[in-house]
Design a binder for this molecule. Structure first.
Ligand code: NRN
Length: 419
């Protein structure tokens, strides 16, 4: 291959550029960081290998990292989430882009290997497949890496387990654990974008339907909240008593998946765990049930068992496969069980990714400047960065907030001030 990229169709670049401009107009925090750091270029000399969904929002992050001086190579972190027009636009702008929609597993890892030819000084991950590949297949590169970042809950869990096992070869910032990421992206982003994916793949009426959400973490909470807003009867399944209890206080019914499988019309998993919907659940489902996942990996729905139960399957709409069970009942699986928000829609809206990616940018800058002083473990960004990111966001929306007076600040720590 002559060029340093592989995308589906370079001729889509102009369309991709328009989509990226749309996102840029709704990502004021990242754009203000770009304006500020294009001048000082704190990432000059840094080589960043990224493995994160190639969407219009990610393109804004990539452009901002490049403006700050970084050299970039990039692959998508899911075989079905790449927006081909955006990938084309970035390749046309000189990014070493290895991503296309609908790749197989072998191609997925081939793309990651290609990005590592850059011999990165920083890695930027969503789901930890890149950092895991460095640790397992390119150990010689790890010594050149100052540090990395991880975007998502599942990836952070993986990296914490690696660190606990003493296997982490360089420090990592858990961007997911910044409040301006998880309490906005995971809740409001996943909530809206998952419904978006379901509607694009089915166009069903949500109102009045029994909408089963497996997992009441930040993502599941967002999905339940948005389904309720559309008039669904929401059922939550969980394994964690406190999470289940919170769901009841939000007015959601709580039951086991064995019970929910019999009554659900639409099912979505958001647990990060495998085998949440399995053979016995598919066997109990009503004719026409719609099943999908919004967790990072495609292990939550056991489609192998569903296939074994079925006498046929066919794609009835984009990202929508109808499985016909032996007794004729039909189950509709969306996006091949992969994360429905990015595979069947465009992922979270630009406005929430703005803050997630501001944290990614600030983490890259922090690693470039101070990464060599860190130990080989998983870090959380300083909480004051959250207030900085949120302040820029508020200002961009023309919103002002109150400020504590000196007297109030003194009061906050004056333990003698009682009743
Ligand atoms: N539009 C998007 N672009 C997008 N929507 C969700 N994500 C996106 N990444 C790029 C990621 C969230 O931050 C998927 C990750 O799993 C989640 O943490």
């Amino acid at each position: 291959m002559a060029d340093n990229y592989k995308v589906a169709d370079l001729s889509l670049a102009d369309k991709g550029k328009l989509r990226i401009e749309w996102a840029e107009s709704r990502m004021p925090v990242l754009m203000s960081l770009r304006e500020k750091f294009a001048k000082t270029k704190p990432l000059a000399g840094q080589r960043i290998a990224g493995c994160l969904h190639v969407t219009k929002e990610t393109a804004v992050l990539i452009r901002t990292l490049r403006a700050a001086g970084a050299e970039i190579s990039w692959s998508g972190c899911n075989p079905l989430s790449t927006q081909d027009d955006v990938a084309a636009a970035l390749a046309a702008e000189g990014v070493s882009m290895y991503a296309w929609h609908g790749m197989n597993n072998e191609e997925f890892y081939w793309c990651i290997d290609k990005t590592l030819e850059l011999e990165p000084t920083l890695t930027l991950d969503d789901g930890a497949d890149l950092i895991f590949t460095v640790h397992n297949k390119h150990k010689q590169l790890a010594s050149k890496v100052i540090g990395g970042t991880e975007e998502t809950t599942t990836g952070v869990h993986r990296l914490r387990a690696m660190a606990d096992d003493g296997k982490l070869m360089y420090p990592v910032y858990a961007v997911n654990d910044s409040e301006t990421k998880w309490d906005f992206d995971n809740v409001y982003g996943t909530g809206q974008s998952s419904i978006d994916g379901i509607l694009r793949a089915t166009s069903v009426l949500v109102a009045g339907k029994t909408f089963v959400v497996a997992g009441y973490g930040h993502c599941g909470r967002g999905c339940a909240m948005r389904a309720k807003g559309l008039g669904a009867n929401v059922v939550v399944t969980e394994v964690k008593p406190t999470a289940a209890l919170k769901a009841t206080l939000e007015g959601f019914r709580v039951m086991t998946m064995d019970e929910a499988a019999k009554i659900g019309d639409i099912f979505i998993t958001a647990t990060g765990m495998k085998d949440i919907v399995v053979k016995r659940h598919f066997e109990s489902m009503k004719d026409g049930a719609v099943v999908c996942n919004t967790g990072h990996y495609d292990c939550e729905l056991n489609l192998e068992q569903l296939g074994a139960l079925s006498k046929g399957k066919r794609e009835v709409r984009a990202n929508n496969v109808e499985y016909t069970l032996s007794d004729g009942r039909r189950v509709y699986v969306l996006a091949q069980g992969r994360l429905v928000n990015l595979a069947a829609a465009e992922g979270h809206p630009s406005e929430v990714m703005d803050m997630s990616f501001a944290n990614q940018f600030l983490a890259m800058k922090e690693l470039a400047e101070n990464g060599r002083t860190l130990d080989k473990k998983v870090y959380v960004l300083p909480p004051e960065l959250d207030q900085e990111v949120a302040s820029i966001k508020l200002a961009a929306q023309g919103l002002s907030i109150d400020k504590l007076t000196d007297e109030q600040i003194a009061y906050a720590t004056d333990y003698s001030a009682g009743t």
